[in-house]
Design a protein around this ligand. Structure first.
Ligand code: UDP
Ligand code: MG
Length: 313
């Protein structure tokens, strides 16, 4: 058999690592005798001479394709573009900054041969990443685990293999705000894991600044959970409930029992409870609106209703 395997590679200002990366990629893939490979590089609006380097590589290797974006759209979209182009029986995606060592590709293929539909690379530890980024990513997985409807394995990366069925399903997603790995997890195919040590970035700097990552984290909460939207409503219910009970107690004690218990509730105290109660009501109404907005949200992102693995006729 001579199956085609696609490798999708997003590139943003990586001219310093491209040559070494491709050398290592070529070395491991050429050792895989039973497969042929296509390499799909997506140049995501690099400002350096990454494109020239890619064209140069392409001139020496017939199995390279290049998609050249007009400007920087971001890695999620670069990946999406490459995946839409992939023709292989399986697709492997990895970063070209050498943080996803290409030498692990054979392990991904073995898991796929053994029946996994998705193989996910999981980082053992983050060498060379700063404390803030590490704390941030831990916090992200904690919150996502608690409120997200998609279960995302902690420290799972974009270093992944998906088979053709998964790829076809993935290519049907139309949403714009996306975290590709969240979408792949959402599909729910049989997943296996490969653990690897992330190397330090060889050169250049990470395109994802703290704020870009924060934005990505927030937008994936929004995409995979309606909890933030409903939060106001939950708060409102709590506030209304407790201030209502307290207000009721004050009314009875002060006006019906004529301060029998001797609390001497002042006018301002009564007013304060009344205001808190009204704020609660406002939040409850916001929560009700959130229910409608939540429905609009899920209609608009237009996820597939279900995912079929295979049809047996
Ligand atoms: N990348 C991209 N577009 C961007 C930022 C990054 O295509 O806007 C590519 C980059 O060239 C690399 C991969 O995505 O191959 C991972 O980027 P980076 O190393 O900056 O991210 P991190 O390692 O911090 O997740
Ligand atoms: Mg990186």
């Amino acid at each position: 058999m001579c199956n085609l395997i696609s490798v999708v590679l997003p590139v943003y200002n990586e001219s310093a690592s491209l040559d070494e990366f491709f050398l290592r990629l070529k070395k491991t893939t050429s050792a895989e005798q039973s497969y042929i490979f296509e390499f799909i590089f997506v140049n995501d609006g690099s400002g350096d001479n990454s494109l020239a380097k890619l064209v140069n590589l392409k001139n020496q290797n017939a199995n390279i394709k290049i998609l050249d974006f007009t400007r920087n759209f971001g890695k999620e979209f670069a990946l999406a573009a490459g995946l839409a182009e992939a023709k292989g029986e399986a697709v492997i995606m990895l970063d070209v900054d050498l943080q996803h060592p290409p030498e692990f590709i054979p392990q991904f293929l073995r898991k796929w041969e053994a029946g996994a539909e998705v193989v996910v690379g999981v980082r053992n530890k983050n060498k060379g990443e700063n404390l803030v980024k590490n704390l941030g990513s831990n916090l992200f997985y904690k919150i996502m685990g608690a409120i997200g409807e998609t279960k995302i394995a902690p420290h799972s990366t974009d270093f992944r293999l998906v088979n053709k069925v998964v790829l076809d399903c993935f290519n049907k997603f139309t949403e714009h705000e996306r975290l590709n790995r969240g979408l792949i997890d959402w599909l729910g195919f049989r997943t296996d894991y490969i653990y690897f040590d992330a190397e330090e970035r060889k050169s250049g700097k990470a395109g994802y600044s703290f704020f870009k990552l924060l934005h990505l984290a927030i937008s994936s909460f929004v995409a995979h959970s309606l909890f933030p939207l409903k939060l106001a409503g939950y708060l409102g219910v709590l506030i209304t409930f407790f201030s209502g009970i307290f207000g009721f107690f004050i009314l009875i004690e002060k006006f019906i029992l004529n301060d029998l218990l001797g609390y001497h509730f002042s006018g301002p105290a009564v007013l304060a409870v009344l205001i808190v109660f009204l704020v609660g009501l406002v939040l409850v109404s916001l929560g009700l609106m959130a229910l409608y907005i939540g429905q609009i949200h899920s209609e608009v992102i237009n996820r597939p209703l279900y995912v079929v693995r295979k049809k047996y006729d």
